[in-house]
Design a binder for this molecule. Sequence first.
Ligand code: SAH
Length: 459
Amino acid sequence: MNKTVPVQKNDYIDVVFEDLTHEGAGVAKVDGYPLFVPNGLPGEKAKIKVIKANKGYGFGRLIETYEESPDRVEAPCPIYKECGGCQLQHLSYDGQLKAKEKQVRDVLTRIGKLENVKVHPVLGMKDPWRYRNKAQVPVGEHEGGLIGGFYQQRTHQIIDMKECIIQQEKNDEVVQAVKEICSRYGVRAYDEGRNKGDLRHIMARYGLVTGEVMIVLVTRTKDLPNKNKIVEEIISRIQGVKSICQNVNSKKTNVIFGDETKVLWGEEVIYDFIGDTKFAISARSFYQVNPEQTKVLYEKALEYADLSGEENVIDAYCGIGTISLFLARKAKRVFGVEIVPEAIEDAKRNAELNGITNAEFAVGEAEIVIPKWYSEGNTADVLVVDPPRKGCDEALLQTIIDMKPKKVVYVSCNPGTLARDLRILEDGGYQTVEVQPVDMFPMTMHVEAVTKLELKSNH
Ligand code: SAH
């Protein structure tokens, strides 16, 4: 047996799971060597078969569980295993919240080298189902009709889905109806292999408070057979539809959207509220998928910003200005920066919609716009960042360190990059005061967290 790798492929071994990976697999260790085993839960004793033994880690398959975790539950979704969209339905909700808290704590210690940082228990949902306001389903064909749902795990095979129990029911209704209507009017599904066919994806977005629905048909070419009839039938059949758009993506790629979006019927945007603030949302703009928890998240960000009304605030990665407008009500001025031009148009419209006159917005990369703005003599008292999964660019972090805002509020959807960036900010003179994870994505391994940082007094 290899000295550094204590197991071999096809070995049967008994293990105890200690942890969960970011994909929700159980982690067991043999003499410190980690094995990742789908469906294993922390605390469980099991027999596994080693499937692969790499140099630093291996993979296994669960053969038999001797002792089940008290947190193990029956996954309620019938397609849970094939789909892969959720990773934690077999863990009780309470168990999920604990696992996410542990994940944040572990990563902050391991990657961020932050000892004893205050991580609060995760703020979860009362009812953690049917929360998503956006569905995006790939379309395929089966027995002459359109199907749509999800790619079977690790394949490009599309499996039809009637309902998704983490989606708003309205989105299920919309996707089912659009599939059926398009099928009947002879629309062909996009064929990835031959780069032929019409319809690639159906996107549905639902404003939880307003009940407004947006539908986006992502097509390979500008043509869509019987376009007008399809549109007419959608609006007569589905209540609440305010916008039907077409996005054209002619590239052979698994990126969902192309560059061109046009309105086929109705408005360019739908509206929704978070708390008292009204938002216009266009087809390509980022909008948080869990509106109920978004309010919890933004209120925490606002609490951490601790504004008195005198502050200049930057909201980097501002999307459609959601956090900016929450902050603007309590600040002197807010400057939001975002890379997607349509989102910035929405942000400006949203400021107007809410009668907010002390928020300004700029299109561009935060790591270019903010350093330039600072070099022109501007400065901020509080800076909020809410970057995508890859975290903040180093140039932006360096500008924060140079600019020295008294407070930084870091909203993150990826604890790994959060930890990396907190280390840089700590080394640059900031102290991580506290971290509040918020469960934006129940049943999945995704973790969102708001962090409060303060400038150390000697900086
Ligand atoms: N704060 C917003 C959006 C957060 S998502 C909200 O809560 O709704 C992250 C946003 O960062 C997205 O809108 C994305 O388009 C934007 N983005 C990605 N890279 C960027 C960059 N380099 N500079 C500025 N914005 C960026």
